[in-house]
Ligand binder design. Structure first.
Ligand SMILES: C[S@@+](CC[C@H](N)C(=O)[O-])C[C@H]1O[C@@H](n2cnc3c(N)ncnc32)[C@H](O)[C@@H]1O
Length: 245
């Protein structure tokens, strides 16, 4: 499996333009990301991220790699859970997002991508990724990297919004994400491209491959105990473990 959705021609012409286009979009709108996310999630984002990481087994003292860390919203919650004896490193390809990140002391931020993680083999106990799966260009390469950087027994927790199967619930979510959220972004954002980021956000959700394809790609990379837990019908938590031997 390579990209999680076909090229979206409304935004970029060819598959080869995807990575650069996505990077530039996040670079430009980074300063608005936290404000829009707070409004979109009605202030529940931190609480939800922390709960999802805890449900996946993140506990005090662990070494965490947070991939697609952006402005650090998931890394911050990981840092709260691992405490002073743990360690969190956030990795993202957008220098703009990393420059806008607000993370507690001790959380390190590095430029890199899911497909090329700047960490050694078996260097993490836990790997998290919040809402970045849809933006990866090569999902199978990313899952192989996740496997490489984890210790035997290490766990992953990938958070995503998934289009609900029912027509009515999908229509309601679409109206909120494609209509209300970009409209809110026009008033909350400093950068004129932020409403486009939020339209793109929904379009990638709608175009993304089905969860069973993601689960199969995680298994293919060598993980075991591969599962998807769903909250409120749309919040997917992909979990898996690297075998001990
Ligand atoms: C919607 S933001 C999520 C930020 C944060 N993790 C959160 O929980 O809100 C998606 C992030 O994925 C990053 N991203 C895009 N392509 C990526 C890739 N190939 N590997 C890792 N991260 C990527 C973007 O730069 C952006 O910061």
């Amino acid at each position: 499996m390579q990209a999680p959705h076909p090229p979206l021609h409304e935004y970029y012409a060819h598959e080869s333009d995807r990575v650069g286009w996505v990077n530039r979009l996040f670079d430009r709108t980074a300063g608005d990301y936290d404000r829009i996310e707070r409004a979109m999630a009605l202030g529940t984002g931190s609480w939800y991220r922390r709960g999802a990481l805890a449900r996946a087994g993140l506990t005090a003292g662990m070494r965490v790699l947070d991939i697609g860390t952006g402005t650090g919203l998931t890394a911050r919650e990981a840092a709260r859970l691992v405490g002073a004896t743990g360690q969190v490193i956030g990795i993202d390809p957008s220098a703009g997002m990393l420059d806008s990140a607000r993370v507690p002391p001790g959380v390190n931020l590095l430029l890199g991508s899911a497909e090329q993680i700047p960490s050694g083999p078996a260097s993490a106990d836990f790997l998290s990724m919040g809402y970045a799966l849809r933006h990866i260009a090569d999902v199978s390469a990313a899952f192989r990297e996740f496997f490489r950087v984890l210790i035997p027994g290490g766990r992953i927790c990938l958070l995503e919004i998934t289009s609900p199967p029912g027509r009515i619930s999908r229509g309601l979510l679409r109206a909120y994400m494609r209509g209300v959220v970009p409209f809110m972004a026009r008033y909350l954002a400093a950068h004129r491209d932020s409403p486009q980021l939020m339209r793109y956000y929904w379009d990638t959700i709608e175009a993304c491959v089905a969860p069973r394809v993601i689960l199969a790609a995680i298994r293919e990379a060598g993980f075991i105990e591969v599962a998807r837990h769903v909250e409120l019908g749309i919040f997917s938590e992909y979990r898996a473990r690297k075998p001990l031997a």
